[in-house]
Design a protein around this ligand. Structure first.
Ligand SMILES: NC(=O)C1=CN([C@@H]2O[C@H](COP(=O)(O)OP(=O)(O)OC[C@H]3O[C@@H](n4cnc5c(N)ncnc54)[C@H](OP(=O)(O)O)[C@@H]3O)[C@@H](O)[C@H]2O)C=CC1
Ligand SMILES: O=C(CO)COP(=O)(O)O
Length: 337
């Protein structure tokens, strides 16, 4: 049994804390809201994020970041990308010994263009970080809490650290693989949200299954093109954290990115959509970051560029699709070589 802290009591932080507590680990879930910590400790629920789930009795919550920092030898960071700098910055003020960090956030910071592990390294001191492991893959919280079979990957530059995280999380319904390709895993996890927004849009436009299959396949092609240029292993993009997560996010009603795209395709404006969601839609900020990365690395990313125009320059979704279809003709495969 290990002492583990999970930072962030949204859908994913709570679902992962349940997996850890059910594996017998002494798990402490940190939320920045005292009322939510009280609800988890007293009612054993987290109704805002997982309305039908009863949390295990051995899962405790705290609103004290100091207590949370002291508790875990391993710290799982499960806040949205936009909160990583703030939360890790606060952590850095409290850490007195190195910890093993696991992050589960799927995004890239716009403008700095940093991946999450890079952001974490920038926000904390090297001597505070034992190792960083990214845990990613096709895994909607809503299905994990139902104990439906789920597979993810723990990726780290340190195989020992990845295997440690594999051991912490692995269970009858939660199967964890390892990978040493941190860049590929982080890029795949972040960029699938961009394509999932686009898939939601084509579903909102009622364009059907051919269009969706095209988006998933050509989306994977452009994610791979960028990811390989940034140093990722091409095989990673065909794995759980690439193709696997792309499929689940583009096809599941649980996906907030797909649902947000669906509303955009039906004619709602971005601010109306985000107001209705009430949960993080990572793909919006990541579309901006991916658009900037494509320019920086001189990689053609037509789907990302079209979505960028829809989200930030008010292009009508139907016009964006029309323009994608009449681009100059090209070969399917040689661009990947
Ligand atoms: N949901 C899922 O199935 C999966 C999600 N992920 C990834 O996990 C990450 C978190 O997503 P998810 O849990 O779904 O998001 P949610 O929107 O469900 O929850 C976000 C949580 O983070 C909290 N939070 C936001 N900003 C801060 C801050 N500055 N300080 C402290 N807490 C903060 C929110 O608090 P408040 O309630 O006050 O807003 C909320 O508890 C994302 O990067 C997502 O892509 C990965 C795999 C699966
Ligand atoms: O990453 C996820 C599933 O693997 C969750 O996707 P959404 O953020 O779109 O809900």
């Amino acid at each position: 049994m290990e002492q583990v802290t999970v930072l962030g009591a949204g859908s994913w932080g709570t679902a992962l804390a349940i997996v850890l507590a059910e594996n017998g680990h002494d798990t402490l879930l940190w939320t920045h809201r005292q009322d939510q910590a009280d609800e988890i400790n007293n009612e054993h629920t987290n109704k805002k994020y997982l309305p039908s789930t009863v949390l295990p009795a051995n899962l405790r919550a705290t609103a004290s970041l100091e207590e949370a920092t002291k508790h875990g030898k391993t710290i799982v960071v499960a806040v949205p990308t936009k909160a990583i700098r703030e939360v890790c910055g606060e952590l850095s003020k409290l850490l007195t010994e190195p910890k093993l960090f696991v992050h589960v956030s799927k995004g890239i910071e716009p403008d700095s263009l940093l991946r999450i592990s890079e952001l974490m390294k920038e926000s904390m001191k090297p001597e505070q970080i034992e190792e960083i492991v990214v845990l990613s893959g096709p895994s909607h919280a809503e299905e994990v809490v139902l104990q439906h079979p789920t597979t993810v990957t723990a990726a780290s530059e340190s195989l020992a650290a990845a295997e440690k995280v594999q051991d912490l999380f692995m269970s009858q319904y939660f199967r964890v693989y390892t990978n040493d390709d941190v860049i590929g895993v982080e890029i795949g996890g972040a960029l699938k949200n961009v394509i999932a927004l686009a898939a939601g849009i084509t579903d909102g436009l009622s364009y059907g299954d051919n269009a969706k299959a095209a988006l998933i396949t050509r989306g994977l092609a452009e994610i791979t093109r960028l990811g390989v240029k940034m140093g990722g292993n091409p095989f990673t993009f065909a794995g759980l954290t690439g193709m696997g997560d792309l499929i689940v996010t583009c096809t599941s009603v649980h996906s907030r990115n797909w649902r947000a795209g669906n509303m955009l395709g039906k004619g709602l404006k971005l601010n109306e959509v985000l107001e209705q969601m009430g949960m993080v839609v990572e793909g919006v900020r990541t579309t901006k970051a991916a658009y900037q990365l494509a320019q920086k690395h001189d990689v053609p990313m037509p789907l990302t560029t079209a979505l960028y125009e829809v989200l930030f320059n008010d292009k009508e979704p139907k016009q964006a699709v029309d323009e994608l279809m009449i681009r100059m003709k090209k070969a399917e495969i040689d661009e990947l070589r």
